[in-house]
Design a protein around this ligand. Structure first.
Ligand code: ADP
Ligand code: MG
Length: 733
């Protein structure tokens, strides 16, 4: 970190001193810089403040926006209804009375209000049955008479800060914090150094950093707050994308790859033995891949497509092109059972191919744990000798000492975790094979641009034509007997069912149904006459494989399962998916599970089973989300998830809803994916800024990969000061 007055301790600020500085330090505010960049969590704008009378009229006429009223507390009362306690606070402004009610956290809110205190109350009010204006769980801020005067007499917007418990306990509230921050701005604002070059500020109409800091604390207008936010978001995304661009540039330029000319004959020959036509989307994606492969720079492509969209065939064709050029191809699956399944399907297809076109000599080898030593050695040998040209396994393929003779392509299936670091490992092994990552998690574009920023992206946005859309229903548990009868009735037509439960063993705490105990019960009751199998994550893959095999052979009619069948498994005659305790599953997980059916030529059904009361509540998904307690929101969220499943089949649509409900960090698990934690950016809404910042960053790196130009000095310096950990694969420092 460069020397700067901003690194001074805040204890020398007027009215701080060593004692208070210690408290500030305990919440991460140590230096002047920390304080200057400690931005308000929200603002009160005079223009949204109205009188209680006006608010009453507006609400009566159906106005549905946020309203703020400044008023004094008259009194408060709390009443008990059985176990529940309800708090009512009555307030008055110059025009009249209104009230606020709390159903949750009454103990806490009760102590926040004393009669005579002045508050700014914000929220969406309603008209109560006593014909009175009422806020339920509103936002509120205690303010001083002075502030209320400011509201009315000047156009000023008042900042409100998040005040930690520690600060509160030392009597540092909004008022004193505002004062201290004012001292910091007055004394130090001119020491704030710009972190973006001037030409970028000009080009994108961004405020300077100084102005941004000033406007964040003391905005001249709403518009200025937005401009300040824009500048902060742009900067955050710009530096992220500079790193991405540099990494990508490095990978493309510095690493020798393979140029594999596509002899189209192999593709044509393979298509001849394929029992179906490729979809337009598959053809388009294949076209992208072929261009990449022919290029000397290594391919580094993400193939995105919803479950069942036919990614595997595309991958297989890419592998055949690789092999046709004399190289080996690897297919890496996330689990052994999936590797096993890929191996079976691909072997079948390749047997047919070899029969018709023996000259290609395709030889599939499977390498997974649990194989006999002799079997394993045989496979390893065939890989070294290049007898095997399609090698299928899990990621263990790379961790172990598997010797490839001549590796040309690595296909990675359903594995988001295979990231920058692993690719860097591949680079180390000499010539860099082409890499194709396949993902069925249809993440929204803005997210994939950040998570997979250095990959090129191809999307299969079309399902094979023969598919019949799956019908999805939401049912209460009380309907289970009917559902079981339905399963048996469908069985008479040859249709098999999956029944999924959330956990392997009964967990008393969560009261979740366990696959094992339900398997035992159903076998003795509803499904006495039919063949039921059980599969769960604690089985060895051999056991799982055996069960899957029996199911595929129709020796089993119903397969009871935990989520181990979530990814990849492909059994066409299974077209009923029953998911128990569906409210417990995440949206993308539900979508993945549903993707296991709907692959055959029969109508498929997905039945989401949940508590009876959830079925009712999910149907009246309320609009007033902000009034709900966190417990209620949990309930509400599962309603949204379940209803989204009923409404939508499109994985991208579902992913977008999921992102809104959970936020990006949750979707990927921040560590796993290297997904950045943003301070200012909300990736669900800032897509346009991202695109602009990305374009700028990529242009700069293209023109000046090492940032040696004078006008890029600020960028290089800022990267070295603040992102040194991330520069490893970027070659800038
Ligand atoms: P995913 O994208 O989920 O990996 P798969 O590649 O497993 O999908 O394909 C799902 C099923 O659809 C497979 O049985 C596959 O053979 C079949 N399939 C793939 N492409 C087509 C197509 N163009 N027309 C008809 N069926 C197809
Ligand atoms: Mg697949």
């Amino acid at each position: 970190m460069p020397t700067s007055k901003l690194n001074d301790s805040i204890q020398f600020l007027k009215s701080v001193g060593p004692k208070r500085a210690e408290v500030f330090a305990s919440c991460g505010l140590k230096t002047i810089r920390d304080l200057l960049f400690y931005f308000p969590s929200r603002y009160l704008d005079r223009t949204t403040i109205i009188s209680s009378n006006k608010a009453f009229d507006l609400t009566l006429n159906g106005f549905d926006g946020e309203i703020t009223i400044i008023a004094k507390v008259v009194n408060k009362e709390s009443r008990r209804f059985g176990k529940k306690e309800i708090l009512t606070v009555n307030l008055r402004d110059q025009d009249g009375f209104f009230s606020c009610v709390w159903f949750q956290g009454v103990k806490y809110f009760k102590d926040r209000f004393e009669s005579g205190q002045l508050f700014a109350i914000s929220g969406k009010p309603t008209i109560s049955k006593f014909n009175e204006l009422q806020f339920t769980h509103p936002d509120f801020d205690q303010i001083t008479e002075d502030e209320s005067q400011t509201f009315y007499n000047t156009g000023k917007i008042i900042p409100f800060y998040r005040i930690s418990k520690e600060l509160k306990s030392k009597n540092i509230g909004d008022l004193s914090l505002r004062k201290i921050i004012t001292y910091a701005i007055d004394g130090y604002i001119n020491d704030v150094e710009e972190t973006l070059p001037d030409f970028i500020l000009q080009k994108h109409n961004l405020l300077s950093l100084k102005e941004t800091v000033k406007q964040k604390h003391y905005p001249d207008s709403d518009g200025k707050i937005r401009l300040a936010d824009l500048r902060l978001k742009f900067e955050e995304l710009f530096y992220l994308e500079i790193l991405v661009a540099a990494r990508k540039h490095n990978y493309k330029e510095k690493v020798p790859g393979l140029a594999l000319p596509v002899r189209t004959k192999v593709v044509h020959d393979f298509l001849k033995i394929l029992p179906f036509e490729l979809t337009e989307a598959q053809k388009k994606v294949l076209h992208d891949i072929r261009i990449d492969m022919a290029n000397i720079q290594p391919m580094n492509r993400l193939l995105q497509g919803d479950v069942g969209s036919g990614k595997t065939i595309v991958a297989l064709i890419s592998m055949l092109i690789t092999i046709d050029n004399g190289y080996q191809a690897v297919l890496m699956a996330p689990t052994e059972i999936l590797a096993d399944q890929h191996s079976k399907n691909i072997t079948l297809l390749m047997e047919k191919f070899n029969e018709v076109f023996p000259s290609y000599k395709i030889n599939v080898s499977l390498l997974i744990g649990g194989q006999k030593k002799s079997e394993r050695n045989k496979q390893l040998e065939s890989i070294v000798l290049h007898e095997a040209n399609i090698i299928i396994g899990t990621h263990a393929l790379f961790e172990e000492t598997v010797q490839f003779k001549n590796l040309g392509l690595v296909v990675i299936d359903e594995q988001h975790r295979f990231g920058v670091v692993q690719r860097a490992l591949l680079m180390k092994k000499g010539t860099t094979p082409d890499v194709l990552v396949m993902s069925a998690t249809p993440i929204p574009r803005t997210l994939s641009m950040t998570v997979y920023g250095d990959l090129d992206i191809s999307i299969i946005n079309e399902m094979p034509k023969n598919r019949i859309p799956i019908k999805t229903y939401l049912r209460g548990e009380s309907r289970l007997p009917d559902i079981y009868s339905f399963v048996i009735k469908e069985l008479e037509k040859g249709n098999q069912s999956f029944i999924v439960y959330p956990l392997v063993e009964e967990s008393e705490k969560l009261e979740l149904k366990a696959a094992t105990s339900y398997y035992n019960e159903l076998k003795e009751t509803y499904f006495k006459e039919i063949n039921v199998g059980l599969i769960h994550g604690k089985m060895k893959w051999r056991e799982k494989e055996e069960i899957m095999f029996l199911f595929a052979e129709k020796k089993l009619d119903v397969l009871i399962s935990t989520t181990v069948i979530e990814v990849g498994i492909d059994i066409q005659s299974a077209n009923i998916m029953i998911i128990n305790d569906a409210h417990r599953f995440g949206l993308s997980q539900l979508h993945q599970l549903r993707g296991r059916i709907g692959r055959g030529t029969e109508q498929s059904y997905c039945i989401l089973v949940t508590k009876d009361e959830f079925v009712a509540s999910s149907q009246r998904v309320t609009r007033n989300l902000e009034y709900l307690s966190s417990a209620q929101i949990e309930k509400y969220k599962s309603s949204v998830r379940l209803q989204s499943m009923v409404k939508h089949l499109d994985g991208f649509k579902i992913a977008e809803i999921d992102l809104k409900l959970r936020g990006p960090g949750d979707i990927f698990g921040i560590q796993q994916s290297g997904f950045p934690e943003f301070r200012y950016v909300d990736i669900t809404t800032d897509g346009e800024i991202l695109i602009e910042a990305k374009r700028e960053a990529f242009t700069i790196i293209e023109q000046d990969p090492q940032l040696r130009n004078k006008q890029h000095d600020i960028i290089r310096k800022h990267l070295i000061d603040h992102y040194s950990n991330n520069l490893k694969y970027a070659r800038i420092a």
